[in-house]
Design a protein around this ligand. Structure first.
Ligand SMILES: NC(=O)c1ccc[n+]([C@@H]2O[C@H](COP(=O)([O-])OP(=O)(O)OC[C@H]3O[C@@H](n4cnc5c(N)ncnc54)[C@H](OP(=O)(O)O)[C@@H]3O)[C@@H](O)[C@H]2O)c1
Length: 254
């Protein structure tokens, strides 16, 4: 049984978010699954309920902060308090710097960074007076260094990681936990678009299981697969000239 009673998860209509909902619901958590595609949410809720779990769908665009805030508050009341909020919604941007347009960058920042922070801050407002709960977000191993071909994506994930690290420090002693989920490549609609080889690619069910186990143990950083995670953790301390040489040699075909 999961220690979490009620969870709010954004980006729940596909990929990692959907798998997190299924895994949490299987362990007894009531999940409120949020995303834009209503049909996908209806199917997910049906799947969870038909196997005896508890779920609801919440149609929203996370870039609409007013709607995000009211949905979180409204559902928090309906379920009698979230003890887990996961800012998971995200979009990719596999484009080299010279081909980037502001519209693409703006959307990646709005979804991956601004909306994720809005979700976490609103979740914190709800949980702080109750003195318990977990705030989590799906960042990425791509946030550990500036990756070739995904400047906007890497930047938003690095920013999200910094925010989570600061929040963890600031919320010590409040009863709230802050958890940074840092996946490597996981098969999903996002990565299905990639034409380059994705080393150590995980299936989404495996990723969700590791994430939920980490969330249950209250691990501050959940990172996988270990081969990619530790390579990038070493890469993080390399000097810029050496990173440039290695990253240029491994530059993906976009
Ligand atoms: N797959 C990987 O290899 C990988 C690795 C590291 C980190 N991640 C991160 O994991 C998270 C989930 O990605 P995924 O791989 O599972 O991709 P995915 O299958 O494409 O899922 C992305 C989710 O985000 C939602 N979303 C996108 N824009 C939204 C918006 N404006 N408002 C509300 N929801 C929105 C999508 O739902 P709707 O389109 O229905 O709104 C969908 O449910 C992302 O934050 C991603 O950066 C993924």
């Amino acid at each position: 049984m999961s220690p979490y009673k009620n969870a709010f998860i954004t980006g729940a209509s596909s990929g990692i978010g959907k798998a997190l909902c299924l895994e949490l619901a299987r362990r007894g958590t009531h999940v409120v699954a949020a995303a834009r595609r209503e049909g996908h949410l209806v199917e997910l809720v049906k799947e969870i309920r038909s196997s005896g779990g508890c779920a609801d769908g919440c149609v929203l665009d996370v870039r609409d902060h007013g709607r995000l805030r009211s949905a979180l508050h409204e559902w928090d009341e309906r379920v009698n308090g979230f003890d887990l909020v996961i800012a998971n919604a995200g979009v990719g941007s596999a484009l080299p710097g010279d081909a980037l347009t502001w519209e693409q960058v703006e959307n990646v920042v709005a979804v991956n960074f601004t909306a994720a922070l809005a979700t976490l801050v609103e979740g914190k407002q709800l949980m702080l007076p109750r003195g318990h709960g977990t705030l989590a977000a799906t960042s990425s191993l791509a946030g550990l260094r500036g990756m070739p071909g995904s400047g906007a994506y890497s930047a938003t994930k690095a920013g999200l990681q910094s925010f989570l690290e600061s929040m963890e420090l600031d919320l010590q002693g409040t009863g709230l936990r802050v958890i940074d989920i840092q996946p490597g490549f996981v098969r999903s609609e996002m990565t299905d678009k990639n034409k380059f080889p994705m080393p150590f690619l995980w299936e989404v069910e495996r990723a969700a299981k590791v994430c939920v186990e980490g969330l249950e143990r209250g691990k501050p950083v959940i990172h996988f697969p270990w081969q990619m995670s530790w390579s990038l953790r070493v890469a993080r301390v390399l000097p810029r000239w050496l990173w440039r040489r290695l990253a240029t040699a491994a530059k993906p075909e976009l």
